[in-house]
Structures are given as structure tokens and as C-alpha cells.
Write a protein that binds this ligand. Structure first.
Ligand code: NAP
Length: 285
């Protein structure tokens, strides 16, 4: 039963389309017997400020924030966790007695997926990131904070990659960082040294599953872990090519689950077994 003590959680974005987050969070709320509810809220941009202010008025416990508001909400919050501030992106808001604090649990989700699902230690490894959008910013900060020895950033628009790199240089002045265009002549030799490739572009995502791979398949090799942050389909054209090359492969499902688990913990204090959510996510396919 819902009553005046029910704590409201949700997802704010536009457009929202189909999201599995309400199913995952509400199943854990039910299992743990908590007086919470998680709902999707599709909010148009001109009403974002009102929506975020409304979290206080309606005493929400918090929300997840998704595309296209992960950057825009920063200006609407009372405080930002230092990691989220460094990345410049918030995907989780917690309402603590009327004060809204922003966090980036995508960061934790990506690191946990690579460590636990990929069985891969980032420390001392050479990493190649493709794309220069919001998720590339999260991925770069994540691998640098985990002690990657070198980070290469390739983007279709190489100026955008340079801009992102400038930011990382300020935060990690001693790191080896290089940006370049997404061209085989630029990356073919470089790829031989790469231990971890993280694709943060939407190339190959449903419904355009025939698109890609975003990188020349001939450059991939068996001594690398290839991570594609797309999770629908389970195996993108990039992961198919990586599998053929003998590389270890991960799609983005682990990151999606772990970021939600971290958000749930921030709101409720409860730790969820990832296997529960993994089974649930598979069952609705
Ligand atoms: P974004 O800010 O729009 O950035 C997308 C990047 O991809 C841009 O740098 C863009 O290059 C590049 N790109 C787009 N289409 C391309 C193409 N056809 N060829 C080469 N490069 C292309 O998006 P985002 O927020 O970073 O999200 C990116 C992806 O990450 C999405 O697919 C999203 O679903 C996924 N994601 C997954 C999780 C998870 O939990 N698994 C979490 C967050 C995001 P230009 O700069 O040249 O335009």
C-alpha cells in the first residue's frame, strides 16, 4: 500500500522510450518490503527546472537522470559529488532533507563491470576509447582513476576528442593521453598495443543493428578486452568482430545494472545482488 510515507524514486529523461529501470528497482523494493516506488517521468526541456525543483516540494527520495539531461541538471542541484563534478555529468540525484545532491553512478557501474564481469584490472593498462560524448567523459575519468597507463581517445570529430582530453589533462596531469581521428591509418599500429577498447558510440544499437563496426575489424586482436556500451542487441557488430578476432568481449548490460544498483544503495542503503537483476533483465527479452 502507498501512503504519505511512501518515498518516490524515478527516471527523468526525454524521450524515455522503453526503460527496464522501473522493473528492476520496483522488483527489489517489493522483495525488500520497502515503502518506495520507482516511476518513469518524461520531462520536456523547458520544464526540467520545475521538475527538479518539484522533487523537493513532493519530497521525492531521488531520481535517475538520463539522456539528454545528464549535464543540464548540474546547474539545478544544491551540491555535486566530486567525481560527478569532474566528469561533468550526473545520472543520480539524492534528496537529503530538502537538499539535492548529484552523483554519477555510471562511473561506478563501468568500473565494476570491467573488474567483475570482465575479470580485468585496469591498472597499468593501455586503453582506447571511441567517441567523445558524455559517456566517453565518464569512461576516461573511470579508467584514469583506476590507474590506466595510457589513454587514447578517437572520435569522428577529432576536435571534440581534443577538448575532452584537455579536461582530463587538468585532472590527471601525469597521465599519458592522446587524441586523434577515427581513421584506420591513425589507429592500426596503435591498436597492437591496446589492452582495453571501450566503444562509447551508439553505432550498432537497435534498431540500426547492421551498422558498424565502428572500427576496422582487422585491427582487433586476441590480447584485448573489447567493451561496447550498447546492450541492445546483446552482440553488436563490434562484439561479433572482436569475438572472431579472439578478443574477450563485454556489452553494456553490466554497466546498466551496476549503475542502478549503486543508485538504489544511495537512496535506500540496501545492496542488491546483481544476479537478481541480471536474471530479470534477461527474462523480459
Ligand atoms: P553522445 O554524448 O551523443 O556521444 C556519442 C558519441 O558517439 C559522439 O562522440 C559521436 O561522435 C559518436 N558517434 C555517434 N554516431 C557515430 C558514428 N556513426 N560513427 C562514429 N562515431 C559516432 O552520447 P552518450 O551519452 O555518450 O552515449 C553514447 C552511447 O553510450 C549510447 O549508445 C548509450 O546507449 C551508451 N550508454 C550506455 C550506458 C550503459 O549503462 N551501458 C550508459 C550510458 C550510455 P561525434 O562527436 O563526431 O558526433
Amino acid at each position: 500500500m502507498f501512503d504519505i510515507n511512501t518515498r518516490i524514486l524515478g527516471l527523468v529523461g526525454y524521450p524515455l522510450g522503453h526503460s527496464i529501470s522501473p522493473l528492476l528497482h520496483n522488483s527489489s523494493i517489493k522483495k525488500l518490503g520497502l515503502n518506495y516506488i520507482y516511476l518513469p517521468f518524461q520531462v520536456e526541456e523547458e520544464r526540467l527546472r520545475e521538475a527538479i525543483e518539484g522533487l523537493k516540494a513532493l519530497n521525492f527520495r531521488g531520481v535517475n537522470v538520463t539522456i539528454p539531461y545528464k549535464k543540464k541538471v548540474l546547474a539545478l542541484l544544491d551540491s555535486i559529488d566530486p567525481q560527478a563534478a569532474r566528469i561533468g555529468s550526473v545520472n543520480t540525484i539524492v534528496n537529503d532533507e530538502g537538499l539535492l545532491k548529484g552523483y554519477n553512478t555510471d562511473f561506478d557501474g563501468l568500473i565494476r563491470m570491467i573488474r567483475e564481469d570482465g575479470n580485468f584490472d585496469i591498472k597499468g593498462k593501455k586503453v582506447l576509447i571511441i567517441g567523445a560524448g558524455g559517456t566517453a567523459s565518464t569512461a576516461g575519468t573511470a579508467v584514469l582513476s583506476e590507474g590506466a597507463s595510457a589513454v587514447y581517445l578517437l572520435n569522428r570529430n577529432s576536435e571534440k576528442a581534443e577538448e575532452l582530453l584537455k579536461k582530463w589533462r587538468e585532472d590527471y596531469p601525469d597521465a599519458y593521453l592522446k587524441a586523434g581521428p577515427l581513421e584506420p591509418v591513425y589507429y592500426n599500429d596503435l591498436m597492437k598495443e591496446i589492452d582495453l577498447l571501450v566503444d562509447t558510440t551508439p553505432v550498432g544499437m537497435a534498431p540500426d543493428t547492421d551498422a558498424g563496426p565502428v572500427i576496422d575489424p582487422a585491427s582487433l586482436h586476441s590480447n584485448m578486452l573489447v567493451v561496447d556500451l550498447v546492450y541492445n542487441p546483446e552482440e553488436t557488430s563490434l562484439l561479433k568482430a572482436a569475438g572472431k578476432a579472439g578478443a574477450a568481449c563485454l556489452n553494456g548490460m553490466g554497466m546498466l545494472l551496476y549503475q542502478g544498483i549503486e543508485s538504489f544503495k544511495l537512496w535506500t542503503g540496501y545492496e542488491i545482488d546483481p544476479e537478481e537483476w541480471r536474471k530479470l533483465a534477461k527474462s523480459i527479452k
